[in-house]
Design a protein around this ligand. Structure first.
Ligand SMILES: [Zn+2]
Length: 372
């Protein structure tokens, strides 16, 4: 048989797996619908003796079948071999945040893309598409998923364990960058980079000194310049991860340990690289000048505050005149509500309340002015 024929056979056999999964889901749902309503909640248990599976596995099979039946377009694509089971479940998971009308718009687009791309590329496309279609929904989904953050210990064989931390992508990117930078800064020895990273992570978690300086961490975010100008809230690309809702990034990036790569809104090509993070010297001067959060009456010490760009960051205004400490709460209040503020050249800070009242805060000298 010529190699091309064998390749066709492989493609066809792979498509048959998808068809079998789709048929299995349909058959399973027939069984489910035939059960008495009070037995339906034990459908997973019904499968235990039938298929010799655990209860967890039985429930998982039922859940998967239900999701496929609830998304006929995805089920059909799986059945006729356009997408495999992994992609089908990924698409269902990604669109689950959308309402029915938007699901009907998204599904054919995502199926068509997935049919010609691998899983990772399809997932990236799906995330981006869902974000564009309904950013609010994506944000709600993020909040929902964020509640599931955890630390888990898995026992491995031979005296080893695996530690798994589930946390927001942005935090994970920063944490990994820190581990990686320290590991790479270690002197050359007989350890691999993976081994060094593991040793460094363990040292950090156990509060030990790391053998190399911790340095500065940084992650790259790519966004259209129109986001900075407040004209768009397009998804932001986190390097090594993919798209994130712009709002999440505005929130988590408040402390500014990141580099923005701005893109031309028309071409999408990278245009500028700017750093948002104040220098340590700037931060020190700002904290010395403004010992607390600059909201009227807030006493949160500056070293525990974010450094807020009073005029939104435009690529050039990471300056002492434009930066003020704000606690996370008041930083969010300013960013997400109709409160606004202004830095005056004399160092005073002026807040405007949602009702339009203007409140000035005095700059408190931290030492008595010299009498001359
Ligand atoms: Zn405050």
């Amino acid at each position: 048989m010529a190699p091309a024929d064998i390749e066709d056979d492989v493609v066809a056999a792979y498509a048959d797996i998808g068809k079998a999964v789709a048929d299995f889901a349909l058959t399973l749902m027939k069984l489910y619908e035939d059960l008495d309503p009070q037995v339906q909640q034990y459908a997973g248990d019904v499968l235990m003796p039938l298929l010799r599976v655990s209860q967890v596995k039985g429930n998982k099979l039922i859940d998967r079948a239900m999701s496929l039946i609830d998304h006929p377009a995805v089920l059909e694509a799986l059945s006729d071999g356009r997408i495999d089971e992994g992609k089908a479940l990924m698409i269902i998971d990604q669109v689950s945040v959308l309402d029915a009308a938007n699901q009907a718009i998204a599904e054919p687009v995502l199926i068509a893309h997935a049919a010609t791309h691998n899983y990772t590329a399809s997932q990236r496309c799906a995330r981006r598409y869902v974000l564009k279609l309904d950013a609010e929904a994506a944000l709600r989904r993020y909040e929902e998923k964020r509640k599931q953050r955890l630390v888990e210990k898995f026992n491995l064989d031979d005296g080893m364990c695996s530690l798994r931390i589930v946390l927001p992508a942005f935090d994970a990117a920063l944490a990994f960058d820190r581990i990686d930078r320290i590991a790479r800064a270690l002197p050359k020895d007989d350890r691999t980079l993976d081994q060094k990273r593991s040793d460094v992570a363990a040292d950090l978690l156990m509060g030990k000194e790391t053998p190399a300086p911790q340095g500065e961490v940084c992650v790259n975010l790519t966004m259209p310049i129109t986001n900075i100008l407040g004209l768009t809230t397009d998804p932001v690309m986190l390097a090594g991860y993919g798209p994130l809702p712009a709002e999440i990034v505005a929130d988590v990036a408040a402390n500014g340990i990141w580099k923005r790569i701005l893109t031309d809104p028309v071409t999408g090509m990278a245009e500028h690289i700017t750093t948002y993070r104040p220098t340590p010297a700037q931060r020190e001067l700002i904290n010395a000048r403004y010992p607390t959060c600059t909201m009227v009456g807030c006493n949160q010490p500056a070293h525990r505050c974010d450094v807020d760009h009073c005029c939104p960051f435009d690529g050039t205004n990471t300056t002492v005149a434009n930066l003020r400490p704000k606690c996370r709460h008041h930083h969010r209040m300013k960013t997400h509500s109709s409160w606004s503020c202004e830095n005056r050249p004399d160092g005073t800070h002026v807040w405007t309340t949602p009702s339009g009242r203007v409140i000035e805060t005095e700059l408190e000298p931290i030492a008595e002015p010299a009498p001359f």
